[in-house]
Design a protein around this ligand. Sequence first.
Ligand code: NAD
Length: 539
Amino acid sequence: MTDPLANAAGPGAPPVAPHPRLRPDGLAERLAALAGRVAISSGSEPPDPVVSPLDGSPLGAVPRCGIDDVGRAAAAARIVQEDWSRRAWAERAEPFLRFHDLLLERQDEILDIIQLETAKARKHAFEEVADAAIVARHYAHHGEEILAPRRRKGALPGLTTAWEYRHPKGVVGLIAPWNYPLSLSVSDAIPALLAGNAVLVKPDRQTPFTALWAFALLAEAGLPAGLVQMVTGAGSELGPALVAACDYLSFTGSTATGRRVARQAGERLLGCSLELGGKNPMLVLPDADLDAAVEGAVRGAFSNSGQLCISIERIYVHDELFRQFTDRFVCRTRGLRLGVSLDYESDMGGLASADQLAKVDAHVRDAVAEGAEVRCGGRARPDLAPFYYEPTILTGVTPAMALYAEETFGPVVSLYPYASLHDAIERANASQYGLNASIWTADLDLAMRVATRLECGTVNVNEAYAAAWASVDSPMGGFKDSGLGRRHGVEGMLKFTEAQTVAVQRGLPIGAPPGVADELFSRAMSQALRVLNRVPGLR
Ligand code: NAD
């Protein structure tokens, strides 16, 4: 194997000149203007350079915020939030509908930035644009209904009337990772903002410009100035400050960091949602359409070079199909085009950083040393770009190997034959994670029965990940160590609110009225409760 880090710019390495094809006209000026949107007042620290993993050369720099900046940004957001939360729904929804159209119209600008910050292929960057548009459309059209006050059953029919109201939390903190820097910043912010909150965003250090561009576009679409605040810098420094300054925290990232954030939030009794890691299984049943399953496996395992929390890392194929599936999957994967260009010419891009490359390489080396067979790929491609790694298929993976159970978060997938469906389900569930699963079969009744036995927050039938991800009317999140709480659906908006019940009591109180003995009241109440339990419509 080649040294995967041979061409990777490490600390102290001489700066690499940007490739002219990879720097659209005027980009440097546009990025510098975006950096000016970061909420910083001191500016004593040297700025944080952002280096493109596409060519290892500098893209620009953003301010390195300090803890005080977080507190100030939250206070500034809070002032704007008061007015925002009182606005009529139509006035709140309008900027998001405009954002939807602007985003689709100006997608090339952000596709370039996403590719430059992450090294992903353009078609995988487009998934983020589609996601942000879908989420904006969904919540702008349906958010009013989700948030509307609801009449609830009162304690005593005819005597008690109850209403459920939803109030914004205030300032929502949002910590986002680098792998889907548009989706996982702006798409999560949309329901929070529409619910009447301000948002304080901390993007990953590697991908601040994507988030800055997205929120600048929202401002252009009419979102009030100051309602979204951005801080940039190290997560380990700014994270605790966000926990201290915000009224709710939405975190997406690794399970290890998620646990840390949850501990800090617990100290403050701060509500938080945690969208964390996965080791997602795919099950190919004997009656599956093999061509479709192979295509699904390619997309599931290699979209964004496998750096997708819901990507497929384990594939269980029925014995009858195993050899045929493996041959076709390997053949199709060998044909994938790896490229470095700001267009749709490549099927897969690179890994996002030297750390990612080192982890993927270590997982594959360890598996090979323990006896796994590399069916295709298995090597870095520094000849293409610093952190490229070939799409890799392994067989013969055993529990002794690190990648058997650990999340690789790279373009590496293991194939396992199975004899009985029961066994496949057990093995799919034998993981600390429970984020996404995929099932391939022509029998949709069977698919539903299998799906509901899988311990995963989303299950895609005859699709790898996108059907559940894009069905934003439905909740998405993880069982087990894959997280807490959900994005999308009703939960994905209501989590950014406080529930309040207002109940009105008429006529008799729920307690002994004056002059009635407590014992008599208790007997009468017991009788009333019996009636309530028996009469349909009163239950
Ligand atoms: P990470 O946990 O290292 O970083 C995520 C974010 O947390 C970054 O913005 C980082 O700056 C910040 N951070 C780092 N230390 C922090 C701290 N002590 N306190 C607060 N914030 C801190 O994750 P990563 O490696 O960058 O992202 C990849 C991981 O994210 C993978 O495990 C992947 O599965 C997961 N992920 C999950 C989802 C999901 O929706 N479930 C989506 C994307 C990625």
